[in-house]
Design a protein around this ligand. Structure first.
Ligand code: ZN
Length: 303
């Protein structure tokens, strides 16, 4: 049970509008594995008994049609990038920073590939009226409004404990969107990263709330590369106001991942701002280095 206090580190912002690669090398350096644990809020497409299929786009063209494949593909895109038709490749964290996000479903390490593990569905603790429809979350602009997000996190942690997963790393909740205190829906692309610390919990534990693919693909955002998620993962790995000091801890450069929102720079209607600077790469690698395990490049001369 998560019993500690929750700290919201002054970051809330609007964004308008099969293997993730086994190569253990990044420019002669270690590749870091960052564990992610997904939960889907009931009411979202992903949590439905028969979800609307999501076009994968990468690495093949097979549509994903269940909670495991749809959610797994999301952090795979953040890891491996995305290839739009007839347009330049949109790079992810692996090629730019030597970081791979791993979910641990299907083959939990502790059991040497034992019973299959699946992503978890959790009930929306409050909905209706000013709480919005099922699947919508009260925007946690500050700790006084964060109770619903905390309740959802607790349910997600409980679910993952039930399947004996580690509670280290980044927890990601798939939601429909956010509402304000009056139940009014906020812009579709809104997402948030929160810093969690509590009694007995690992120091490195982050929570991301991110909108479902059906709410961000085919809409005015058309976030096929899952850049909203990748952007939040950037914040979760330490890309804060000490790195970028434009409003919301962002950059003013629309080519970069940490611009305030997903942006189409080449006119193909698919947001493509995914670039990390060297300063950002150094920061995310430093953060990831504190999360075990990491893969050692076997060609390195010192091992
Ligand atoms: Zn942001």
């Amino acid at each position: 049970m998560f019993t500690g206090s929750l700290l919201v580190v002054a970051h809330f912002h609007f964004q308008i509008v099969p293997d993730a690669g086994a190569a253990a090398a990044f420019n002669g350096q270690d590749v870091f594995i960052v564990p992610v644990s997904w939960c889907a809020l009931n009411g979202t497409n992903v949590a439905a008994a028969t979800p609307t299929p999501i076009p994968s786009g990468y690495p093949d063209t097979v549509n994903d049609n269940n909670i495991d494949t749809i959610l797994w593909r999301r952090h795979e895109r953040a890891t491996d990038g995305y290839q739009p038709p007839n347009q330049p490749y949109i790079p992810g964290f692996q090629s730019q920073a030597g970081i791979t996000f791993r979910s641990g479903i299907d083959k939990p390490r502790e059991f040497g590939g034992g019973a299959a593990v699946h992503f978890q569905k959790v009930d929306d603790p409050t909905f209706g009226g000013t709480n919005g429809d099922e699947g919508y979350v009260r925007a946690p602009e500050d700790s006084s409004n964060a109770q619903e997000a905390v309740d959802i996190l607790n349910r997600c942690l409980d679910k993952w404990r039930d399947v004996n997963q580690p509670r280290l790393g980044i927890f990601i909740i798939n939601i429909k969107g956010f509402v304000d205190g009056q139940g009014i829906r906020l812009p579709t692309g809104a997402a948030v990263t929160m810093n969690l610390r509590g009694g007995g919990e690992p120091i490195y534990q982050k929570l991301i709330l991110v909108p479902d693919n059906v709410n961000t693909i085919g809409s005015g955002i058309n976030d096929k590369a899952d850049l909203i998620l990748a952007h939040e993962l950037g914040h979760a790995l330490g890309l804060d106001c000490s790195i970028n000091n434009a409003p919301g801890c962002h950059t003013t450069d629309p080519l970069r991942l940490m611009f305030f929102g997903p942006t189409d720079n080449n006119g193909d209607s698919i947001p493509d701002n995914s670039l990390l600077t060297q300063v950002e790469i150094d920061r995310v690698r430093s953060t990831a280095s504190r999360i075990s395990p990491h893969l050692i490049d076997p060609t390195r001369p010192d091992n």
